[in-house]
Design a protein around this ligand. Structure first.
Ligand code: DHE
Length: 498
């Protein structure tokens, strides 16, 4: 029997896509969407004042939660409750509708990016003095994902200075300008927001893509690079006003395109480094006379998550199979070591420190309760530390003898381990809010105090003394996720994320 390729495709597709998603949406559901949702989320679901409502963007929201959001609204956002307007069948139909792949693949190119550009304050038009008093190098930003806000904290007094709304679902670390005055936020649905910490004002915004991974700011502060999942692009902006400079299609020589796993600035190299999710390549991008120049490195596998040594000579990547890591020399592009890292290491949150006269790096794992500690001279795993469950984030500070790692997944998600960086042992396990995830630590600029999130709508950041490990105070917050200290970030402090 000869089966034509198209027939196989139809069969394969019908096996993969649930029946509810295969049929075209009923016209009445489309009408409901256009009547009640389109004004905020866009007629084509690409987002507007509200987030994009496409399957790729919603991968982290379960359908029952989407129904709840439609029924009850979302607190502290513009999303109203529809329980009194729509019956439960309509709510279910709408929730199904937003998880359907769109009829036409959405485009987000030059015209859309230029159209999205907002410039409330031209670079240089606001005063150069802060409108409040604080050590501007010891500020923290706390991203509160519960109601999409950001809190600015004074890191000396550990008191909030200001709280402002953010774009929907910020993700990844915000990136500061080299002088620490401006910060750039990236949202999952593609918005980049530039914020002036002196004047407490958004100065520029632009939407780089429909589903964005993260952003990076060049070491000289001149450029911002966005890495997208959808479309398959890297997008370069001028950092002053977020003007579009170039769109780099992410494809190989054969014309296959790829999502970008992430992009980071590599300060000593004066470049950006990106890894691709669907093509086994890592890219180094330099900007010459305003134009991005791409150098491609073939890798042995697809890299989902990666990290660098302090000199940015090597990229340490997690292989797609989640079973090992590899080390790539960034000058030669060659793989120089294979790391036995089972359990899907989360290298994006790796940290390094000095241990017995040499530099080691440590990473938690998404799938196993372990922290791997690796000698960065010979790339050997010197210790696998057992934890009470898989972890997400690790943090320390050069001046602290401890490293902190959370247990983000599983029954012990409310626990946080404190590791002695010289004995490589867990010396304390904290459980600050039983039943609530405790995760993500950031130190102040001196490494003397630190903040830990109680990751809950009725949550808090907890201030600890970094030496005695005693709690000092709790500041109430709405699902605080990451926290970012200006000094640590602009100095690429060894214990913090870059
Ligand atoms: Fe993240 C950083 C990827 C899920 C909160 N996350 C990052 C970075 C990457 C990444 C590549 C580094 C970018 C940067 O800082 O420039 N995250 C991924 C995933 O692939 C994953 C597993 C699946 C996904 O949904 O994309 C994922 N991340 C999450 C979450 O579910 C978290 C816990 C909640 C959320 O807000 O989405 C989450 N990720 C974070 C945070 C950072 C981050 C808070 C910044 C950490 C830092 O200290 O810099």
């Amino acid at each position: 029997m000869i089966v034509r390729k198209e027939a196989w495709l139809i069969l394969a597709t019908s096996l993969l896509i649930p029946a509810s998603l295969q049929a075209n949406p009923a016209p009445e559901t489309d009408a409901l969407y256009q009547q009640h949702c389109a004004s905020c989320h866009g007629t084509d679901r690409l987002g507007g004042m509200g987030p994009a409502l496409l399957p790729d963007n919603l991968s982290r929201l379960k359908k029952p939660q989407a129904e709840d959001a439609i029924r009850e609204g979302r607190p502290a956002t513009q999303m109203p409750a529809f329980a009194d307007i729509l019956d439960s069948e309509s709510i279910t139909a709408l929730a199904e509708y937003i998880y359907r792949p769109p009829a036409n693949t959405p485009t987000w190119g030059k015209a859309e990016i230029l159209d999205s550009h907002l410039l409330p304050h031209l670079q240089g038009s606001l005063p150069d003095e802060p409108v409040y008093e604080a050590d501007m190098m010891n500020l923290f930003l706390v991203v509160e994902i519960g109601d999409h806000h950001v809190t600015l904290l004074d890191g000396d007094r550990m008191e909030p200075i200001h709280r402002f709304p953010s774009r929907y679902a910020l993700h990844g670390g915000p990136k500061y300008s080299p002088d620490g005055r401006y910060v750039y936020f990236g949202s999952r649905d593609g918005w980049i927001t530039k914020y002036d910490l002196y004047n407490l004002e958004v100065t520029a915004e632009v939407r780089a893509g429909i589903n964005m991974r993260n952003i990076a700011v060049s070491a000289d502060g001149k450029y911002v690079m966005a890495a997208n999942y959808l479309p398959h692009t890297l997008v370069l902006f001028d950092a002053d006003n977020l003007e579009l400079m170039d769109i780099i299609p992410v494809e190989n020589d054969a014309g296959d395109s790829s999502r970008v796993s992430a992009v980071y600035a590599a300060p000593p190299r004066d470049s950006f480094i990106a890894a691709l999710k669907d093509i086994p390549e890592a890219w180094e991008i330099t900007v010459e006379e305003g134009k991005p120049i791409v150098r491609r490195m073939q890798t042995d596998t697809w890299l989902d998550d990666f990290f660098f040594d302090p000199g940015y000579d090597h990229l340490i990547g997690a292989a797609r199979d989640g079973k090992h890591g590899l080390v790539i020399n960034l000058d030669t592009g060659k793989t120089v070591a294979d790391l036995p890292l089972p359990g899907m290491p989360h290298l994006g949150s790796g940290i390094t420190w000095e241990y017995q006269g040499k530099r080691v790096m440590a990473t938690p794992h998404f799938r196993t309760g372990a922290v791997s500690i690796i000698d960065m001279d010979n790339w050997e795993v010197i210790k696998t530390l057992e934890t009470e469950g898989p972890g997400f984030f690790m943090r320390s500070h050069e001046n602290s003898r401890y490293a902190w790692v959370d247990v983000f997944f599983g029954p012990n998600k409310d626990k946080v381990h404190v590791i002695d960086k010289q004995t490589l042992e867990i010396v304390k396990t904290l459980q600050p809010a039983p039943g609530k995830v405790a995760a993500h630590v950031e130190f102040d600029r001196y490494g003397e105090k630190l903040l830990l999130s109680v990751w809950d709508n009725d949550g808090a950041v907890i201030v600890y003394d970094a030496d005695t490990l005693e709690e000092e105070k709790r500041i109430q917050m709405n699902k605080p996720s990451g926290k970012y200290n200006v000094w640590n970030k602009i100095n690429y402090e060894e214990g913090t994320s870059h």
